[in-house]
Design a protein around this ligand. Sequence first.
Ligand code: ADP
Ligand code: MG
Ligand code: MG
Length: 246
Amino acid sequence: MLEIKNLHATVDGKEILKGVDLTVEAGSVHAIMGPNGSGKSTLSYVLAGREGYEVTKGSVTYKGRDLLAMNVDERAAAGVFLAFQYPIEIPGVTTMTFLKTALNAQRKARGEEELDAPRFLKLVREKSKPLNVSDDMLKRALNVGFSGGEKKRAEILQMALLEPSLAILDETDSGLDIDALKVVAEGVNSLRSPDRAMIVITHYQRLLDYIVPDVIHVLSKGKIVRTGGKELAGELERTGYAEFAA
Ligand code: ADP
Ligand code: MG
Ligand code: MG
């Protein structure tokens, strides 16, 4: 599904990623942990194709294609979904409209017919139910005045609608209450499937009490320095990141 080889990337001329190697198989959930400042968000931005993140060396192959040569829309059309640490607020755009635009942009890029309002409404209701997203929330401006848990529900709903092949979630280091953690975990767990891979990036061991990853990696100083099974989370909780200080 995803193969990252010797990835180096710079931001404002400063090298942040210093040779990341990572292989993620279809059907698996990988967690990337590591101290603050180790480059976790930078990795997710590079995979997202965000401006200002320059790849200086290495390769990223997604389903056999050169991901780095694809623009943001092509990545979305190919089934790559990225959820970011700091959700954007969009005053004046309802959550419903935002989701419809995102889904139809993906469909259009795939050469599929756009969904009309009634069909979209039916789909969004169906996907909203298990996530406890109310009609009221869908009518409010995206993320404006949302609680941490509501922001997470909107994000997971977006992911459920887009049905990505590869989902990358960069989770905030702080400020997520247990409710929000559970929303993320239930969303990730319910979307587990043999043809889908997920990467959960977190500083937070506690999230992995709810999402049990197949593989855990530790990123430190721009490189993956440890890879292990789910038991690595417990070990990191006991020892902290001291030995991997950024
Ligand atoms: P993490 O998500 O693991 O906390 P980040 O990827 O956010 O780490 O940051 C990695 C390093 O890159 C940090 O040392 C940070 O200060 C630096 N960094 C991030 N953004 C920029 C930027 N725009 N300009 C310069 N340095 C940056
Ligand atoms: Mg950080
Ligand atoms: Mg980060």
